[in-house]
Write a protein that binds this ligand. Structure first.
Ligand code: HT7
Ligand code: ZN
Length: 844
C-alpha cells in the first residue's frame, strides 16, 4: 500500500463551485446522480483531472452535456477536460445494504445513513474527496421513507422526495444523508443575533423518550459557544440522528450530526452518570465543530489536530464550566495517561501532526485528539487568557471558509502576542512523552528548582530537541500554608533552573499544577511528602496526584518486593475520604486506584518486566486491605451519600452517587456482596444497578444478578452492551478468554455491530490480567476475531489492534505468543490496508 507524506502536499488541480446530487434510494441499487461545477485552480499548475471513487459502478458520465468515457484507474478515474470551467455529470450505482464497513452510504436497522470522514464520500460518487476542496451542496433525495435528511436548510419536500441546500461551502467529508422511519424529539434555539433555529433529534420509534438530556446539552452548548467564543449557529435547522451501527462516537456533518445511539440516548434507568456526562461532552464536541472544523476546516488530513485538538480542548472547557473543573481535569489526565501516554511510549507513537500515513482512519488517535488538546492548553497558559481570546477572534475572522494548516493556527498567536512560536511548534512535530526531571536546592532563603527534559526516541525519530514546557509551580511552607502561589515557569532549554528568594524555610514544591504540560514528572520524594501534599496542596490536581503517587509507590513495593499494603497510603486515603469538606466527586476519584495497565507501564519504565497476574493480585490485596482499614467509614459514606431526591445527572448528584458507589466497593470486599445485592435489588437507576452488578461479579456472586439483568433489559441493545462488557471486564484472569468466547456464541452477539463487538472483544483487551494471561488464550481469541471482522469492517478491526501495542513490555514467553498471533493475522489473505498498517507498526 501507498504511503502518503505531508511533504508531498500539492493544491488541488480543480476547484468546485457547486455540487448538485440526486439520490434514488434502494438497498441494493441506489442511484447517485451528480452535477458538479469545476474550474481550474489558479494556484495549481497540475492539469490532470482525477476524481476519487471506490466500489462505484459508473453508469454514465458527461462533460458540459456531452457523453465521455473516463479512464477508470486505481482509486478513481481520470478524464480529458476543457481548460476552462466545466460541468461534470455522472450517474453511479451503489449497494448500501451490502456496505458493512459503515463508511460511505450504508444501512443500519432499516435506515440509510452516511459516514464520509475521512474518505467515505468517494464510496458515494466520483469526487475530489479531499478537505481543501470546499463547495456549496444541493441535494435531492428520492425514497419511500418518511424522513429524508441532508445538510443545510430544507428547500422543499413532498411525497417520496426532499430537497436540501447548504449555503456554506464544505468539504465532502462533511456531507451527510439520512433516510428512514424516524421520530423526532424537537427543540428550538434563538441565537443571540435573533436567528430562530429548529432543533431535532431523530431516533428510532421507541427511543423518543431518551432524547431530552441530549437536547438540553445541545442548547447549553449553543449558548456556551456564543458566550465564551462568540460563535453563533449559522443555519435555520440543526439535526441530530441516532444510529445503532457506527464506527465511532459521532460525526459533525454540517447541520446534520450523526451519532452512535450510545452517545445520544439516555434515561436514568438505562444510562449511568458516566454515560450522561459523556453524552453531554460529545453533543458539545460535535456542535463546536461547526466553527472549529466546518467553517474552518483542514487543508489535508495531516492537519487533523487543527480541528480535533481544538475541539476537544473546547469541549473540555465546556464540561469544566458545566460541572467541576478539577474533577474534569483529573478525569482527563487519567484518560490521557491511559491512552495517549501508552500510545506515545509504544510502537504506535506519532506526532500530534503526523508526517505520513497509509490509512488516515488509523490516525484518529489519542495523540491527535487528546495530546492535540493538551498542546492548546499549554499555548493558552503561555500566552494568557486575554491573548488566547484575541488570537481565536483573529483565527475565526481571518480563516472563515478556508481549509487551514497548523502554520495558519500558530501565525494568529504569533501576530497577536509578538511571540516566536517556532520552538513551541515542536509539540506538533515531535512524538513521545517528555520526561521532566527535577532536583531542588535550598540555601539562605533561596529555593532553586532545576529541571531537565528528555524525550525518549520514538519510531522514526531518534533525536529530540527541547520543547517549550509551561511548568505551573506553587510552594508550601512546613506548616502547609502556601508561601508562593501558582507561578508558570517557562522552560525552553534542555536544562534550566528557576529560583525563588526570601523564603523563611525550605518549602515543599507542588510542581506541574493542574497538569500544566503532558509530561512525565520525575522527582525524588518520599511518602511523608506525598502525604503532606495530599493533606495540604491547594491545587486539586496535585492533591489528587499525591494520593495517586502514594498508591502507585505502595503497589510497586508490593509487586516488586512483596511488601504489605502501605500504611501511609491507607491512613492518608482514609483521612481524605473522611473529609466532608471536600467535593464527593473528588473523594471518589481519590479512592480510585491506578489501573493494571498504569502499573504495568510504571514497572516497565522502572526497568522491571511487568507480570500481569502479579499486578492483578497486588491490586486485589490492596483493595482488600483498604476495605478493612476503612470499614466503618465505608458504611457511613454509603449511607450518607445516598441520593433521595429525584434523579438528576448533574455534577452534585453524580458526585454523591460516585462516592456512595466507591463505598459500596469497599463494603463488598468484606460482606460477601450482601450490600451490593441489596443495592442491585432496589436500584432505581443504572448507575446504582450497574455498579452493584460489578461488585457482585468481583465478589464471585454475580451469577443470579447477571441472569436477572439480562431478563430485565434483553430488549434494550445499549444496556445489553453493558451486560456483555461487565462479564468480560470482571472475569478472573484465567477465565477471561473463555468467558469472552462463550459470550461471542450468545445469540445477541453480533460482530457487525461495532458497539457489541467493542463491548465484548474490547472488554477483553481492557481486562489486562485476562488478556495477557500466560496461556495466550486471550491473544489467540482476539486474533481470531480480528481475522473474522477485518473483511466486514476494517476500521473497527484496525482500532482493536491497539490491544497489542504494549506487547514488548512483557516477558519473552508472552512476546513469543503475541508475535505468533500478529504474524498469523498479518498473513491472512486480502487483509485490509487498515489492519495491515496497524499490525505492521505494532509488530515493528
Ligand atoms: N470527526 C469525527 C471523526 C471520525 C469519525 C466519526 C464516526 C465514524 C467514523 C469517523 N471517522 C472519523 C468525529 C469527531 O471527532 O468529532
Ligand atoms: Zn471531533
Amino acid at each position: 500500500p501507498q504511503t502518503i507524506h505531508l511533504s508531498d502536499y500539492t493544491p488541488p488541480a480543480y476547484l468546485v463551485d457547486k455540487v448538485e446530487l440526486t439520490f434514488r434510494l434502494d438497498p441494493e441499487r441506489t442511484r447517485v446522480l451528480s452535477r458538479i461545477a469545476f474550474r481550474p485552480n489558479p494556484e495549481s499548475r497540475e492539469r490532470e483531472f482525477f476524481l476519487h471513487g471506490e466500489g462505484l459502478e459508473l453508469i454514465s458520465s458527461r462533460i458540459d452535456g456531452a457523453e465521455v468515457t473516463p479512464d477508470l484507474v486505481e482509486g478513481g478515474l481520470t478524464c480529458e477536460v476543457p481548460d476552462a470551467p466545466f460541468t461534470w455529470e455522472a450517474e453511479v450505482e451503489i449497494a448500501p445494504v451490502r456496505n458493512t464497513a459503515l463508511e460511505g452510504l450504508y444501512m443500519s436497522s432499516g435506515m440509510y445513513c452516511t459516514q464520509c470522514e475521512a474518505e467515505g464520500f468517494r464510496k458515494i460518487t466520483y469526487y475530489p474527496d479531499r478537505p481543501d476542496v470546499m463547495a456549496v451542496f444541493s441535494v435531492r433525495i428520492e425514497g419511500d421513507m418518511p424522513v429524508l435528511l441532508s445538510n443545510g436548510n430544507p428547500v422543499s419536500s413532498g411525497d417520496g422526495f426532499a430537497e436540501w441546500h447548504d449555503p456554506w461551502p464544505k468539504p465532502a467529508y462533511l456531507f451527510a444523508l439520512v433516510a428512514g422511519d424516524l421520530v423526532d424529539h424537537p427543540g428550538h434555539f434563538t441565537t443571540r443575533s435573533g436567528r430562530e433555529v429548529a432543533l431535532n433529534i431523530w431516533v428510532r420509534p421507541g427511543d423518543e423518550d431518551k432524547c431530552a438530556f441530549a437536547m438540553e446539552a445541545l442548547k447549553k452548548s449553543m449558548t456556551w459557544d456564543e458566550d465564551v467564543y462568540g460563535r453563533e449557529y449559522d443555519l435555520d435547522i440543526f439535526n441530530i440522528v441516532a444510529v445503532d451501527d457506527f464506527n465511532m462516537g459521532a460525526m459533525e456533518n454540517k447541520g446534520l450530526n450523526i451519532f452512535n445511539s450510545s452517545c445520544v440516548l439516555a434515561s436514568p434507568e438505562t444510562s449511568t452518570d458516566a454515560n450522561f456526562e459523556r453524552i453531554e461532552a460529545i453533543i458539545a464536541h460535535e456542535y463546536f465543530h461547526n466553527w472549529t472544523g466546518n467553517r474552518i476546516t483542514c487543508r489535508d488530513w495531516f492537519q487533523l489536530c487543527l480541528k480535533e485538538g481544538l475541539t476537544v480542548y473546547r469541549d473540555s472547557q465546556f464540561t469544566a464550566d458545566m460541572r467541576s473543573a478539577p474533577v474534569k481535569r483529573i478525569s482527563d489526565v487519567i484518560a490521557l495517561r491511559a491512552r495517549q501516554f501508552r500510545e506515545d511510549n509504544g510502537p504506535l507513537a506519532h506526532p500530534v501532526r503526523p508526517e505520513s500515513f497509509v490509512e488516515i482512519n488509523n490516525f484518529y488517535t489519542a495523540t491527535v485528539y487528546e495530546k492535540g488538546a493538551e498542546v492548546i492548553g499549554m499555548l493558552k497558559r503561555l500566552v494568557g487568557d486575554a491573548d488566547y481570546a484575541r488570537a481565536l477572534d483573529l483565527y475565526f475572522e481571518r480563516h472563515d471558509g478556508q481549509a487551514c494548516t497548523i502554520e495558519d493556527w500558530l501565525a494568529v498567536f504569533e501576530e497577536v502576542t509578538g511571540r516566536d512560536l517556532s520552538q513551541f511548534k515542536r509539540w506538533y512535530s515531535q512524538a513521545g512523552t517528555p520526561r521532566l526531571k527535577v532536583t531542588e536546592n535550598f540555601k539562605d532563603g533561596e529555593y532553586t528548582l532545576e529541571f531537565e527534559q528528555k524525550t525518549p526516541p520514538t519510531p522514526g525519530q531518534d533525536q529530540k530537541l527541547p520543547q517549550v514546557i509551561p511548568i505551573a509551580v506553587g510552594l508550601l511552607g512546613p506548616n502547609g500554608d502556601e508561601v508562593v502561589p501558582t507561578t508558570v515557569l517557562e522552560m525552553t532549554e534542555a536544562r534550566q533552573s528557576f529560583s525563588f528568594s526570601g523564603l523563611a524555610a525550605e518549602p515543599v514544591p507542588s510542581i506541574l499544577r493542574d497538569f500544566s504540560a503532558p509530561v512525565i514528572l520525575e522527582r525524588e520524594t518520599d511518602n511523608a511528602e506525598r502525604a503532606f501534599l495530599l493533606a495540604h496542596d491547594t491545587d486539586p490536581f496535585n492533591k489528587w496526584e499525591a494520593g495517586r503517587a502514594l498508591a502507585r509507590e505502595g503497589l510497586c513495593e508490593m509487586i516488586v518486593a512483596g511488601a504489605p499494603p502501605d500504611a501511609a497510603y491507607l491512613d492518608a486515603v482514609q483521612a481524605m475520604a473522611r473529609d466532608d469538606a471536600l467535593d464527593p466527586a473528588f473523594r471518589a476519584l481519590a479512592l480510585g486506584l491506578p489501573s493494571q495497565d498504569d502499573m504495568a507501564q510504571t514497572l516497565h519504565e522502572r526497568g522491571h518486566t511487568p507480570d500481569p497476574q502479579a499486578i492483578w493480585e497486588a491490586l486485589e490485596t490492596l483493595r482488600q486491605a483498604r476495605a478493612q482499614h476503612c470499614q466503618d467509614l465505608a458504611a457511613r459514606l454509603h449511607a450518607q451519600y445516598q441520593v433521595t431526591e429525584p434523579y438528576r445527572p448533574d455534577a452534585q448528584q453524580t458526585g454523591a452517587r460516585a462516592l456512595a458507589n466507591a463505598a459500596l466497593g469497599l463494603i463488598s470486599r468484606l460482606d460477601g456482596g450482601a450490600a451490593a445485592q441489596r443495592q442491585f435489588d432496589t436500584a432505581t437507576n443504572m448507575t446504582q444497578q450497574l455498579y452493584a452488578l460489578s461488585c457482585l461479579l468481583q465478589a464471585g456472586k454475580g451469577e443470579d444478578a447477571v441472569a436477572r439483568f439480562y431478563d430485565q433489559w434483553r430488549h434494550d441493545r445499549l444496556v445489553i452492551d453493558k451486560w456483555f462488557m461487565m462479564q468480560v471486564l470482571h472475569a478472573e484472569p484465567a477465565e477471561a478468554a473463555a468467558t469472552t468466547e462463550r459470550l461471542t456464541r450468545h445469540s445477541d452477539f453480533d460482530m457487525k455491530n461495532p458497539n457489541r463487538f467493542r463491548a465484548t472483544l474490547g472488554a477483553l483487551a481492557a481486562n489486562p490480567a485476562g488478556f495477557h494471561h500466560a496461556s495466550g488464550a486471550g491473544y489467540r481469541l482476539l486474533a481470531d476475531w480480528l481475522i473474522r471482522l477485518d473483511p466486514v469492517n476494517p476500521q473497527t478491526t484496525a482500532r482493536m489492534c491497539s490491544a497489542f501495542e504494549t506487547w514488548k513490555r512483557y516477558d519473552d514467553s508472552r512476546q513469543a505468543l503475541v508475535a505468533a498471533e500478529l504474524d498469523r493475522v498479518l498473513s491472512t489473505p486480502a487483509l485490509s490496508r487498515d489492519t495491515t498498517e496497524m499490525l505492521s507498526r505494532i509488530r515493528g
